[in-house]
Design a protein around this ligand. Structure first.
Ligand code: ZN
Length: 217
């Protein structure tokens, strides 16, 4: 992952950034280490109009339907001087309990878009399990798009564009994963995939060609 303060690479096992000394413990001094309820949309800066929120809700619904284990959360607010957007994103992914009524969504699969309209800064923070899907080039392009909308004051469009793009990236990655032979689960029998075999057994209707006996000569 990237250090939220200086953007140096930090290994997940390292507890603090080797370059600048940033650590989650430092953030706990400002923000505490309690769990917070992370809503899909927190608009502390009142940037979104009602119709923006409605449109964004639809996009977020689509995202959550497509990726039941993942979430996309948005925070819009003016941050204190000692806290930047990347640090808050990092803290939210560590301390936020995503507010959902359906399945439990793990923060490893979460992403948070933090926008500070007063400082005119924005950042997308990705959970450990999905950050490898997003190359630096993809992230740069996403942030350019977000920036172009934010400069026009189009907060809703910025959220929509980043959520849709994130969905495209994850979808492409999911397809890629499916076709890796080593990723395929080999089931030994129907019980392994939750099916009970019929007594005595019907023969499988379609067997691999190699299983058929060689024609007798
Ligand atoms: Zn650092």
């Amino acid at each position: 992952m990237k250090c939220p303060r200086c953007q140096s690479s930090v290994h997940p096992e390292q507890t603090s950034c080797p370059a600048c000394g940033f650590s989650a413990t430092l953030l706990h001094c400002h923000l505490g280490n309690q769990w917070v309820r992370l809503e899909r949309i927190t608009d502390a800066a009142h940037c979104l109009r009602l119709e923006d929120t409605r449109r964004v809700e639809v996009i977020l619904d689509d995202f959550e339907r497509s990726f039941p284990q993942a979430f996309f959360a948005v925070y819009l607010g003016t941050l204190p001087n000692n806290l930047n957007v990347a640090e808050l994103g990092f803290w939210l992914l560590n301390q936020g309990a995503f507010n959902t009524h359906s399945v439990s969504r793990r923060n490893d699969y979460g992403m948070v878009l933090v926008v500070d309209p007063a400082a005119q800064t924005a950042c997308i923070t990705l959970g450990y399990a999905i950050e490898a899907c997003f190359s630096p080039k993809i992230i740069t392009r996403m942030m350019q798009t977000v920036g172009s909308h934010l400069r026009k004051g189009a907060f809703g469009m910025a959220i929509e564009a980043s959520c849709i793009r994130a969905g495209e990236v994850l979808r492409k990655h999911a397809r890629y994963m499916q076709w890796q032979p080593e990723a395929a689960v080999v089931a030994d029998g129907p019980s392994d995939i939750g099916l009970q075999p019929l007594r005595g057994g019907h023969r499988s209707a379609s067997r691999p060609l190699a299983d058929y006996p060689a024609p007798r000569t």
